[in-house]
Design a protein around this ligand. Sequence first.
Ligand code: SF4
Ligand code: SF4
Length: 337
Amino acid sequence: MKNIPLVAPTSPADLETKGTSFPQTLSDHGLSPLIAKDIRSLQINIGKLCNQTCSHCHVDAGPTRTENMTLDTIKAILSVVKKHPSIATIDITGGAPEMNPHFEFLVEECRALERKVIDRCNLTVFFVKGKSQLPMFLAKHQVEVVASLPCYSQDNVDQQRGKGVFDRSIAALQQLNQLGYGKEGTGLILNLVYNPLGSNLPPQQHKLELDYKHELRTQFGIEFNQLLTITNMPISRFLDDLRRTGQMDAYMDLLINNFNADSADRVMCRTLLSVGWDGRLYDCDFHQMLDIPLADGLPQTIQEFQFQPLGNRPIVMAQHCFGCTAGAGSSCGGSLL
Ligand code: SF4
Ligand code: SF4
């Protein structure tokens, strides 16, 4: 490969805070270039259609979005998964992934290939017309459910995710519990996702998990497996919010000042590849949302997939990468340390 651009050409200019660039910071810690070491997980963004319009959404998803993965693209993904047994996890996200008409086909085929399947579920989708069978479907196929619940208090959840979302989320979690999700010995994994309501870093994951478990058990009788804390990325809707409230510089300073080399070494893009609704490949879902393509010279679509160059690829760095490396780090699997 020649002339690989390791720095995203489309990184929003105003993220270049005080001249502290992400590539330079990595280089100062002997961690540059950032190179993938495997593809253990394929994260598929199956579409931008969603029944919610959350204020922090990095996908800008909502009920009027029309981008949805086609059956042909799903079949191309399945053919890659079939050929490469080391891709052990299929992580399906959106939008509300279950609103894509081919969601169930994708899940069934991946489970038939004995892959772990994760559904990044917003919970309220269970109450969308025609989706009431979803919890049973997920349990039948032993799909791991990763569900957002940014707080255990109604006001905070409704403020970030919309009026009435908290009550419906609680009802959905109770439904999942009744099916065995989050209960020991069932093999049905239910993980919850926390992201801060404002412009601060998440608290310590394990400590917060204990609080969540206590509150949800005593208030609602809800059980779950793990809490995953995720840092808000300074992109899309959250970026607009930071700009609108004049907190942009302070938030970038927070991320930069908390750069942690141990977290940087473990960023998720080193073992994950992201697929867009149209089959294009990206280093991660955040790059996907900003249309930052893989480095030049690499296969750019799922139809062109080649394991060797992609599993060993140089990762394109951008200023929002500071969101993955601050403090205990952040990934779709929670904190990195
Ligand atoms: S539920 Fe998820 S995808 Fe939908 S708007 Fe909220 S954050 Fe975005
Ligand atoms: S945003 Fe995070 S996951 Fe994406 S390329 Fe940067 S460090 Fe990797």
